[in-house]
Design a binder for this molecule. Structure first.
Ligand SMILES: C[S@@+](CC[C@H](N)C(=O)[O-])C[C@H]1O[C@@H](n2cnc3c(N)ncnc32)[C@H](O)[C@@H]1O
Length: 354
């Protein structure tokens, strides 16, 4: 998974340019820019809780095409002109795409190791490489990638697992049922440590699909078709694994952070989703936005975790809600849909104002 996604020449993320409808999968900020706009309100809420630091340092891990960063900064800078938005991006091609898109001086791609007041990671932990195990005779065995008799990539069962994997399950006090495959991310501890290190006093918001305890949740995406075989289309398809959020929370608490979570649907509703939705005119716009809170989709399947340091009485607006959101101005909408615009103009020509 490490090589398939991040190999210096052939890795999927190394060369990835596009997301959204021209890519392989779609994330919430790609579905609708109001996602970033609403998370901007959460950023301002953190800024106020911290007694309005200037500059206000935001750090985004794994920013994809920049679709979250752009509307978020445009909202925050209206309130805090001194916002500094740092991006920590592993993919060289995505970093270039971000630099071409995010031209506001608030953005920078250096200093990602410095302390931040607000850290964002949307669907990043699910792109961390995992190990695959299976239980046989009550014992963990590792599924490694090897070659079959025809020299094609194949799963090779090894009669034990590395000590880190053993320790991962021991910490959970859990063993998957006999015969069940599970994908475990032992790199999660280092990832949480990196995040905690950069959170001096402030809040991290981590959004991801969860699977706790870990199971066989590995999925591949190729041109919007979901699959489950990571040994094909190497470097051409995305591979992602649901995140063991329970372990993530345990690790964060061990780093001295406070932790709590809500479903993405609740997060967005608490941040004024309905108020924003009521102002969108286009049908495509409203439908794309509605997808973010769908109970059968990302609305309930994605969890938003708040990891907090140094704010013992803080109640995030995204977790508790607020009734007095100011009326949004410069509300971002999807770029005009050609087909919808043509349909409406033909309708208008035939029947007058729709
Ligand atoms: C599934 S994409 C999500 C992109 C974006 N956050 C979004 O929601 O559209 C994962 C992102 O994390 C980046 N990434 C993966 N591992 C990373 C790491 N260790 N450090 C920084 N970025 C990473 C990828 O290059 C990509 O930008």
């Amino acid at each position: 998974m490490q090589a398939a996604l991040y190999h210096a020449d052939f890795g999927y993320y190394t060369n990835l340019r596009g997301f959204g409808k021209d890519g392989d999968f779609i994330t919430s900020p790609e579905r609708h820019p109001a996602f970033g706009f609403l998370l901007g309100r959460q950023a301002v809420d953190v800024w106020e809780a911290l007694d309005r630091p200037r500059p206000f340092n935001i750090l985004e891990l794994g920013a994809g095409s920049g679709a979250l960063a752009e509307p978020l900064v445009s909202l925050v800078r209206d309130v805090v002109p001194e916002v500094v938005y740092t991006i920590d991006e592993i993919s060289p091609s995505l970093r270039s795409a971000q630099q071409a898109r995010l031209t506001d001086p608030a953005f920078r791609w250096h200093g990602a190791d410095e302390a931040a007041h607000f850290i964002l990671a949307n669907e990043v932990a699910d792109a961390l490489p995992v190990d695959r195990v299976v239980v046989r005779g009550g014992r963990l065995r590792e599924l490694r990638v090897g070659l079959d008799q025809r020299a094609a990539l194949a799963w090779v069962e090894h009669d034990s697992v590395r000590a880190e994997i053993e320790a991962y399950f021991a910490a959970l006090d859990y063993l998957p049922p006999e015969g069940q495959v599970a994908d475990v991310c032992t790199a999660l501890a280092e990832w949480v440590n990196g995040l905690a290190r950069r959170l001096d006093r402030g809040v991290a918001l981590v959004l991801d699909y969860g699977a706790s305890p870990p199971r066989d949740s590995l999925l591949t995406y190729y041109r919007h078709t979901m699959g489950s075989d990571p040994l094909v289309r190497l470097g051409q398809q995305d591979i992602s694994v649901h995140v063991d959020l329970r372990t993530l929370v345990r690790l964060a608490i061990a780093e001295g952070l406070q932790a709590g979570g809500v479903a993405q649907r609740s997060l967005l509703l608490n941040l004024g989703f309905q108020q924003v939705q009521a102002r969108l005119r286009g049908l495509t716009d409203r439908q794309a936005l509605a997808g973010l809170v769908e109970a059968s989709g990302p609305g309930s399947q994605i969890t938003a975790l708040f990891l907090v340091r140094g704010l013992p009485n803080y109640k995030p607006a995204g977790a508790t809600g607020r009734a007095d959101w100011p009326a949004p101005h410069n509300l971002p909408s999807l770029p005009p849909d050609q087909a919808e615009a043509e349909f409406l103009s033909q309708w208008q020509a035939a029947f007058g104002t729709p």
